[in-house]
Write a protein that binds this ligand. Structure first.
Ligand code: XMP
Length: 432
């Protein structure tokens, strides 16, 4: 392993992630460890240079105040006791973020003598070696959705084990325009991946016929996805590993030993018993921006690495009510126009998520001097940090007019375009 490491020992802080990120921002690798890790376990981890014992409000477990283990204290490793929260809430004159950053910097470099060698080149080199060691000459399977995380995992595994990896791309018929084509182009044509492309559109749309309840739609899409993936997995011989795009926030948000669970980390747990694989999760220590940097370093196109978030059920939750093929097509086309105009007007990296929605009712309009009764389309564009709350950014009126004109002239079944001005709360980002 090439990187030096500073361990953030979780003694009940709510800001472990911030501290780990601050250390990584200095170019030094950092991981969060549970308070009950033993000195032996710590010393067995590669290149640990020091420990930040990170206290805070969740410092009591089962009525007992937790503290750093005596053996760790006695070990040769430099230990720094830290309480981020105390700085902010209890002190009348809280230390500035810069002063805190300076204290961390001084500990990391002056006391621990850590090298600033955390970078993507080293990370990739380490992971390639670790993946090869774990997998040997065995075969690995990956569900490649085309999203950032699964695409970066695919690129990393391809570099490490090439055609020992089989990627399965399931097109559930609810992907955006051009997405399956891009996955095939990048992974099969450019990176020479072993790619199984499954067009399961008919299966999904048949299952979804006349289903209008949003949660029911999500359940059907999720369950069918696992079924299709499982069928493909059974066709392949001798697969022993399953690769997953788990990232660090998935693990941190699943709850540490001192903090409550934010959301449970769900991997492909739906696979049946006889299809259990050993997991390969090479991104599990990366934050989202680091995953993107890794993808870029591996040569993936920006359109894949900086792609806006897209829900698993895809266009299925934007084609409101019971999904019909005509509305789904109108939705896909209007969404492609919106994305094209956002890209042309330099809004791509500035707006967090933007898409169109199609309701399941028609409205009256006029076309070619005659009354028409067609679908409306709604434009949704939001900015957010964590998707828990969201604001609607100002989109230049001329851009909205251009998008409207194009949708109305290029998508024949749409006669009206609306813009959703609602923040979250009260509205959610998606309509279903
Ligand atoms: P809401 O609509 O809850 O969305 O404000 C917050 C973020 O989550 C995405 N989203 C989903 N992602 N499966 C997903 O993988 C889902 O069922 C789902 N529903 C919403 C949404 O696109 C937004 O980024």
């Amino acid at each position: 392993m090439k990187q030096d490491m500073i361990v953030v020992l979780d003694l009940g802080s709510t800001r472990n992630t911030d501290v780990a990120r601050a250390i990584r921002a200095l170019g030094v690798y950092s991981e969060i460890c549970n308070y009950d890790i033993t000195a032996k376990q710590l010393l067995e981890m590669p290149n640990v240079k020091g420990i930040i014992a990170n206290g805070g409000p969740n410092d009591t477990v089962n009525g007992v105040k937790i503290r750093i283990g005596e053996e760790i204290r006695k070990s040769k490793l430099p230990v720094y006791t830290f309480d981020y929260e105390e700085n902010g809430s209890i002190n009348p004159m809280p230390e500035s973020e810069t002063a805190i950053a300076d204290r961390i910097r001084s500990f990391v470099f002056d006391r621990c003598k850590a090298q600033a060698n955390w970078n993507m080149k080293n990370f990739i080199a380490d992971q390639v070696e670790l993946i090869r060691r774990q997998v040997g000459n065995k075969k690995v399977l990956l569900a490649l959705s085309g999203g950032v995380d699964s695409s970066v995992v695919a690129a990393l595994l391809l570099k490490a084990i090439g055609r020992q990896l089989t990627c399965v791309h399931v097109n559930h018929g609810l992907l955006r325009k051009g997405e399956p084509e891009q996955v095939i182009q990048v992974f099969q044509n450019e990176l020479d991946a072993n790619l199984v492309y499954v067009d399961a559109t008919e299966r999904f749309l048949t299952k979804l016929e006349n289903v209008s309840d949003p949660e029911q739609k999500r359940k059907i899409i999720g369950a069918e996805f696992i079924r299709v993936f499982e069928e493909e997995a059974r066709k392949l011989d001798g697969i022993e590993f399953l690769a997953q795009g788990t990232i660090y926030p998935d693990i941190v948000e699943s709850g540490t030993k001192t903090a409550k669970i934010v959301k449970s980390h769900h991997n492909v747990g739906g696979l049946p018993e006889d299809l259990r694989f050993e997991l390969v999760e090479p991104l599990k220590m990366l934050f989202k921006d680091e995953v993107r940097a890794c993808g870029s370093a591996l040569g993936l196109p920006d359109s894949m690495v900086y792609r806006q978030p897209f829900p698993g059920p895809g266009l299925g939750v934007r084609c409101l009510g019971a999904i019909t093929r005509d509305r789904l097509e109108a939705l896909r086309e209007s969404d492609a126009i919106l994305r094209d105009e956002f890209a042309k007007n330099a809004l791509e990296g500035k707006v967090w998520q933007y898409f169109t929605v199609i309701p399941d009712f028609k409205s009256v309009g006029v076309r070619n001097n005659a009354r028409c009764f067609d679908w409306p389309v709604i434009i949704r564009a939001v900015n957010t940090v964590d998707a828990m709350t969201a604001e609607v950014p100002e989109i230049p009126f001329a851009v909205l007019q251009k998008i409207t004109r194009r949708i109305l002239s290029e998508v024949s079944s749409v006669n009206r375009v609306c813009f959703d001005l609602s923040p979250k709360p009260t509205a959610t980002i998606e309509w279903e």
